[in-house]
Design a protein. Structure first.
Lengths: 420, 121
């Protein structure tokens, strides 16, 4: 069995960044396993702009952003296996994969980095009544058809869910000549980035129906009509608010979920709040030597942060490979008031070697809030934040010095400030 | 003096901008975290400009379409005209990233370029 220093599962934005970082840190014997026919992952179908302002100080399209990393990886001679599907991951760090070039292969590694990305919630998960005709797609599926296969999925479109992919597809389909009748969001606020509401909907006069949902689909072979209803505070449809739209296409943009089948089968402990593995400050899961990062860990809204997190995970893996030392007793870092999750979920004060970025989301939109970082009952630090939305990931940094001084578990909360 | 709230569309940070205006003149821009934000706000109040991204057909490429992007922002009101021009284009593989695919799109003086490289299939 071929043994590697490190195996990276996934050759998208996280996997490429992790591979480049491992090489830069002197970890030479690595392989990237990618299921698609080219590296880049989901970026290849995200042809819109807005990628890379943090990383490259430039506004790039998704494919252009990916190409920068692919070129870095090529320069460092990263071994990327394409058309290669990982079918099994085991806690002893063996990986089984299948490809037409190599067949059925099992390899082992000292470290594994999961950079597996996420998948889209589909219609089954949200239980829409009615018939099951053609013409109902997840937004990302329609995006792949249009931007990679060159195939328009429909002409008269309605979009359910105001996630970013849905908003971006509303603009894209409009530019390609389709009529987009509207976007419905069951919550009273949008789940997409404010910039996308502006440039994808408002720019093209596409209505956004907040507190609305699609309640029924009609059509035998092809979708013919949808029913839209307003919902109450408990998200139950309000009788009498039915509206009908004659559309041939319904796109679903109702959430993304980390692709965690491999991790679950390997028995890696998951964090239900993110639906990805629980990781420490080096991005190691609770299974020794297995690391996780990117959308396969928790869903991001900026690729720049995916690349950054993957870099941190690879630095963690490189350090683990070189030192293999006991990092001491971890202390938990927990989400507090108005915070829905916290990544990473623990730190090692006895081995505080670097500053640690914490990624989290707020539970509800807030105009003003104060970030409160507590260790036990002691308030360590506060920061003021404005205009917070669950759709925008928040970040705070704890310095190595702060972490080294910790004696008790940490809680990061967002106290809402309401003006009189 | 009037105040206008805008959301910067330059990147997914989506900074909230407050523009103070006197008639049609922009007096100040607040809330931006980079110089692009200020430039965006000043332009948005006069003539909204946007980057256009789309795809063009490609012969013998690894995929059937090639993603393209305008080198700079073009006026939002010219999007439809620009798209009409984009739809007419077919290119041949191989193509290198940043290759000019169409010069002077919709008479804007801005070029449409390839937003990735694509090899011959």
């Amino acid at each position: 069995m071929r043994h590697y220093q490190a195996v990276i599962i996934g050759g998208g934005s996280a996997g490429l960044s992790a591979a480049v970082t491992l090489k830069e840190n002197g970890i030479e014997d690595i392989v990237v396993l990618e299921k698609d026919c080219e590296p880049g992952g989901i970026l290849e179908q995200c042809i819109h702009n807005g990628f890379g302002l943090q990383t490259f100080k430039e506004q790039l399209s998704g494919p252009a952003y990916a190409e920068r990393y692919v070129k870095m990886a090529e320069k460092l001679n990263v071994d990327i296996r394409l058309n290669t599907m990982v079918t099994e991951l085991h806690p002893d760090k063996t990986v089984r994969y299948i490809s037409s070039a190599e067949g059925d292969v099992t390899i082992s590694a000292d470290a594994i980095i999961l950079a597996v990305g996420c998948y889209e919630r589909a219609r089954g998960a949200i239980n829409i009544m009615g018939t099951r005709p053609a013409g109902i797609y997840t937004a990302g599926q329609a995006q792949r058809y249009l931007n990679i296969e060159g195939y328009m999925v429909g002409k008269k479109v309605f979009i359910l869910g105001s996630g970013d992919i849905g908003l971006i597809m509303a603009r894209r389909m409009t530019l390609e000549g389709a009529k987009v009748y509207g976007v419905a969001e069951i919550m009273p606020y949008s789940n997409g980035l404010p910039r996308n509401i502006r440039q994808c909907l408002e720019d093209f006069n596409i209505p956004l129906y907040l507190s609305h949902t699609v309640t029924r689909t009609f059509g035998k072979d092809r979708l013919e009509k949808i029913e839209l209803m307003q919902v109450d505070e408990k998200m139950n449809p309000i009788p009498g608010t039915e509206q009908y739209f004659d559309v041939d296409t319904l796109l679903l943009s109702v959430g993304l979920i980390p692709e965690n089948h491999l991790a679950e089968e390997a028995g890696i402990r998951m964090d239900p709040a993110i639906r990805g593995p629980k990781v420490d400050d080096s991005y190691m899961t609770e299974t020794e030597g297995i690391f996780a990062c990117g959308n396969g860990l928790h869903v991001h809204d900026l690729v720049d942060f995916v690349s950054l997190q993957a870099k941190r995970a690879a630095e963690g893996a490189a350090r683990y490979l070189k030192e293999k030392k006991d990092r001491g007793t971890p202390l938990a870092v927990k989400p507090g008031e108005n915070v829905s999750y916290m990544v990473p979920s623990c730190v090692h004060p006895e081995d505080a070697n670097a500053n640690v970025e914490f990624f989290f989301r707020v539970r509800k939109p807030m105009d003003k809030a104060v970030v409160e970082i507590r260790s036990g009952e002691t308030l360590l630090r506060t920061m003021n934040r404005k205009k917070l939305m669950p759709s925008e990931m928040e970040r705070v940094i704890l310095t190595a010095k702060e972490i080294a001084a910790l004696k008790e578990d940490v809680t990061i909360s967002m106290r809402e400030v309401t003006e009189e | 003096m009037t105040e206008k709230e805008l959301i910067c569309v330059n990147c997914p940070m989506g900074c909230r901008l407050t523009v103070t205006m006197e008639g049609k003149e922009v007096l100040s821009v607040k809330g931006n975290t980079c110089p692009r934000g200020e430039a965006y706000a000043r332009q948005e109040c006069v003539q909204p400009m946007r980057i256009l991204t789309s795809t063009v057909r490609i012969n013998n490429g690894t995929h059937r379409v090639l993603p393209v992007i305008t080198e700079k922002e073009i006026p939002l009101e010219l999007m439809e005209q620009a798209m009409a021009e984009v739809r007419e284009i077919t290119v041949d593989a191989p193509v290198e990233v940043d290759t000019v695919i169409l010069e002077n799109i919709a008479g804007t003086g801005v070029n449409l370029i390839a937003s990735r490289s694509m090899k011959h299939a």
